[in-house]
Design a protein around this ligand. Sequence first.
Ligand code: ZN
Length: 599
Amino acid sequence: MKSLAIWMLALASTAGAQVERSIPVKNIEYNVTFDSVTAESRLIKVGMTFTTVSQGTVLLSLPEWTPGAYEVGNFARFVNNFAVSEANAQLEWDKADKDTWRIRVPRAGKVEVAFDYKADSLDNANSWSKSNFAFFNGTNLFLYPEGIGMDFVATVTVRTNPEWRIATGMHATGVNTFSATNYHDLVDMPFFVGVFDIDSTTVVGKTLRFASYPSGSITPVVRTGIFQQLAKIIPYQATIFGEVPWDSYTVLQVSDADFTLGSASGLEHQNSHLDIISPIVLGNPILASLYAHEVFHAWNVKRLRPADMTPYQYDREQPTPLLWISEGVTDYYADLSQVRGKTVTPRGFYGSTTEKIDHIIETLPTSLEDASVTTWAKPVDGTDDIYYDKGSVAGLLLDIMIRDASDNRRSLDTVMRELYETTYKKGKGFTNDDWWSAISKAAGGKAFAEFERRYIDGREAFPLDSVLPLGGLKLFVERTVRPSLGISISEDEEGLRVMQVVVSGPGATAGVKLGDYLLKVGGLDAGDPAFQEKFNAKYAGMAPGGTVPIEIRRGTQRLTLNAPVRFNTTETRRLIEVTNASPKAIRVRDGLLNGTLQQ
Ligand SMILES: [Zn+2]
């Protein structure tokens, strides 16, 4: 009965929705012109040609988003001067929706589309230009025919100044000509065009290129350092999946003062990634963690991908509750591959993990699945990007639990490899069931339904105190208390002079007045450089509610006043190794840090 109702509903909705399709088009070719002339207006000139075998309506769309950037891009808004012609006669067109052009083609033949694209968005999902350089994403420029599939071969010809360079992950088929066997690949390979530096090395037996704009923005020493770091990190990523899935990989890096000060952003692709970096971050070794994250995505999300995003759809948002795996677990492996490659120490790994734990604790309790789907809505309550850090720590906990349950014979690496083989390699995406089945299998059949319900789908605080010790780790929490007296003081030649007394604060309640000199608080010399340390030691364990004696000098009088106790307490957390961990917990910890399993 139920399935019948669903069937009838499905039938009704199919009959109701008129899905518009384009008439078939063949021989799709694109051309892109960016040179010193178009650069003056920050324009990229885009052309598309194709042939039709009959008259009819052609529907051409631009994507709604760039995969990897989980937000609506509305790239169609940057299109200017749209025009279509056939045999030199202009054809009529209108818009079928906000990013679909509907063209009436009167007869079979070759159709030419042309428009100008405003390339002034300094965002790695968009396109941007300067007087001698542009980067662009295929999602911004390359129209696709609606409703006839994405498996068409496409070529791109780039026209530019003769002395300018071109860099892209696309396969070169001639001078300034590139091709892709399908639309997914076409729009997954951004371009650099113009004046920039590029150099290459060999990592894991494949070419690794590093392109950077502006020219001279990084020194040869810095570039060599980046190559050396990636040469240590990438092998530990490839080992997990058992293959290097690219022929060559290109890091495309732009730095510009217009980008958010002090920040860096990367966007992953199947054989490249595009970073935008604030100039003051250039040369900072911390960038290695960004590169490690984006390169790991070449496996996790570009290939091993949630079924909800397989294949990518370009005409709609594609939310998945599993984005925490694609992003958070990727970030966990960015950290792991650095510690395994010994570009960071275990202490550095614990430090970055502590920062993630701090972020989770300081953020509203948020379910990883909820945060994953909600990212498209860009929540403003501070939970917008929590699935990165929280997903990363979830990865650590799952890794520890699998290693503990299998006595370090299997790990989260086992799970990633298994899903890669059983889903991506079989031409499909993975589901929530696939994920948890693989986790449970790696853990020797241990059930994870409760863990998922409470900590992944639910909002309960992570069970750090019970799970971390299984990996020989613990979260050490140090509480610091500071006396809150509601007064401010300034030092002059006579001592610590009270400059301000907060009305009805503890100091005011005790009777402290402007101009008093503060001598002792809680029996401790207020001028002692070690005052804070000593106060902390004396009062950290004391519950609020009592009083603290304050000794002051007023004129020639010495007075002892009693202030109600009010403390400002701060917690400092540190992930540390347990000193007396069991041999098994040490095996788990060493396995995790080194990427090794017991035989
Ligand atoms: Zn990412």
